[in-house]
Design a protein around this ligand. Sequence first.
Ligand code: ADP
Length: 611
Amino acid sequence: MNTDVHIPNPAEVLRQFWGYDSFLPLQEPAIGSVLVGRDSVVVLPTGGGKSLCFQVPAMCLPGMAVVVSPLISLMKDQVDALRSNGIPAACVNSTLSYQERMRVADEVRSGRLKLLYAAPERLLMERTIEFLQQSNVSFIAIDEAHCVSEWGHDFRPDYRQLRVLKDAFPEIGIHAYTATATERVRADIVEQLNLQDAEMLVGSFDRPNLIYKFQRRNNGLAQMREVIDRHSGESGIVYCISRRKVDETAAALSEEGYRALPYHAGMPDDARRRNQESFINEKCDIIVATVAFGMGIDKSNVRYVIHAEMPKSLEAYQQESGRAGRDGLEADCCLFYTGGDYNTWSRLLNQNGELQAREASLDSLGVMYDICTGVTCRHRAIVQHFGQELSSENCNACDVCLGEVELVDDPLVVAQKILSCVVRLEQRFGGDYTAQVLKGSQEQRVLDNGHDALSTYGLLSDETARTIRDWIEQLVAQGFLERYGEFNQLQVSQRGRLVLNGEGTPRLSKPRKAAKKSKSKVASESWEGVDRGLFEELRILRRDLAEEQQVPAYVVFNDATLRDIARRRPTTEAGFLDVRGVGEKKSRDYGEQFLSAVSEYCRDNGVATDM
Ligand code: ADP
């Protein structure tokens, strides 16, 4: 690195180009490793601000940074977003014409570009590498770096070839960025990219602005509507397991007047692309999709993600729910599950793969289901799964901590009744049947088996069979009961035996009543002082501007910035520059329009300005 050149201060660059006055956790050390030229691996959750970890130092260092990115659609949005902040950036990929490629090459030669995004297959062409070796490349950033690893969820053979970069550019730092958490993947990234003495920076996997709520599904559509109605006019994603369910749900929502569109791999390419674009450009509010949707969606203001059915693993859940609230503002993540979802997945997972892979995927499915039925803090359960701890006792952002899950007063007694019923049934029956016996059901099967004569028959007759069934699941999740065999028969575990002896502390939740109006702390704080009417007006202005410039709305400003404008209500240029997310270029480009929208609204509505 050339030490004679004055390197601008990262904090100053952050303020001038992005309009932010402080760094998010780990951004500073991550930028530091780029500036000193030490290879690094940076693991931050979605929304953690990974892009700035390489974009800021690209602006500080002389020369041009090369960013490897797997998704062409995302590349274009990132370049648009950079340019809207006044940063010279470009991309090269297979969609460019010969002329366009030549124009980019000219820009590189002129030394004006600060960031060049490239798809791996384009970058790895011999002549591209030779061309870049002649250019002043400051460092190489590899985005979505988990794609190099077979252990990750999105292995791409092209990414494997990136190993040659270390030899082709021995003098400069190579930096890998990912949201994928597992240690195995991290180690594999270092190994596959041949990184030297790499600094490993791993952030917290917790997403405190996501509000998790996991509920058993009884009337799926009504439960979904309850969430959607709370977010009228805002963007949300609904995930379903099957294509058929996607089509049905999208149709049902449309019929009820919601602006919802389907997305799955069975649709023709152009229809799928159209629907995705409508969602990004806010022409529709809701996208109903299978897991096929999401990669390459950089939309920062997704305000809720609903899982109409349970996903197959916590890793998948973290990925999918993680698409909510990338702007750091509160977002709802609601998951509706049933035991039937568990069975659907285990059938699907049993159909393919090697025995070992099948077993591993069934284990992951079990973990997901146990967390759904469990009654521990959802944030805690998720970070613990990824080997971290949550610092605070109460996350204030999940159904358990918000007190929406009421606990049974005497869980030990209830658990003992259930466990002894399992013993009386000689540990030969499944959850549904056991619940029927405890309920005191007159079902023929129960009578034929003579189980109405058991001492535990009807022991919980005051409860509904569904509640009893739920408790059985909760006892399984907490390890007091175990499932075995082809029909998921129940048996009492070692821990369960202790409960029968009056020891142990099971936790059981009461049936959920109508959702209480509990407000999470993240939600109330981010709206504090915001004039909602003005915020809505600004959203319209943003949409119009985005349409005019043919960029996604969030490239103009994200929701956090709009809320800050509606909170501060500036009427001067200086006041506008103080808004979080307004840098110098955006202030010049949009200042006038936003300032006059604020003045007009505040005058008409008698609202105070310049707060
Ligand atoms: P990731 O790639 O890790 O998902 P992004 O780089 O897309 O995250 O950033 C997520 C959001 O956070 C973006 O809206 C971005 O503008 C915002 N952001 C990034 N850094 C900061 C910061 N230092 N202060 C405030 N907001 C930030």
